[in-house]
Design a protein around this ligand. Sequence first.
Ligand code: MF3
Ligand code: CO
Length: 244
Amino acid sequence: MRQSCAVAAAVLDKMCRFAKEGVSTYDLDMCAKSAMDELGCRSACYRYKGDSSRYPGYACISVNDEVIHGIGRKDRILKSGDIVSMDVSVFYKGFVGDNTRTVMIGECSPEVKKLVEATGMALELGISAAVAGNRVGDISAAIQGYIDACGYGIVRDFTGHGVGRNMHEDPAIPNYGRAGTGPLLRAGMTLAIEPMITMSRSADIFIDEDGWTVRTSDGSPSCHIEHTVLVTDDKPEILTVLAK
Ligand code: MF3
Ligand code: CO
């Protein structure tokens, strides 16, 4: 898991450095693909089976009101003020690493900067609660407490998840919930924690006609940040970091 997560982090880092004004989201997806080829890993998203079709991209690339599962497009050119979330899940030596970052393109509004910072803080707080002896609800409540206080919305239709030999394993990790409830966390569990936060309090979403892209109903911007984390008896270990 340490290795697959380090590789997932390396692919994501390459994409983040490539994401600039004038670059299309298709170019970003091709950047992901070539990084995966170079590192000898395979996208866990490519051809992933959904309700009506298989996911056609290598990484999920979601801009502004797109929450998750955006598909790279040649006619979607990044411009100053956009935020773009890039979600990279890879198979490497039989294990999955899963991580997401949202980057700001050029100059973003102070409101958008705050949203991105708050989502990062919510993830940090959620990770801090991922300790053996706690429950999943402790992670959820840490995220929800912070985001509610900010006045932002929490997307409820999608959650974080266990991750291991498969991308989506038990337990589900909602970004809302009550402390002290849910499955018990034990040392050795690996969890993908991933708040999906909307600027407006209403976090209603719908699925675009492409069958994949999840968008906010009111068009408000959305931020998504994710790490894969190892639960220990002591401090959680963030696995999706670049290898030293
Ligand atoms: N990587 C995403 C997650 O964090 C899932 C993407 S599945 C896809 O759970 F097929 F839609 F790409
Ligand atoms: Co995930």
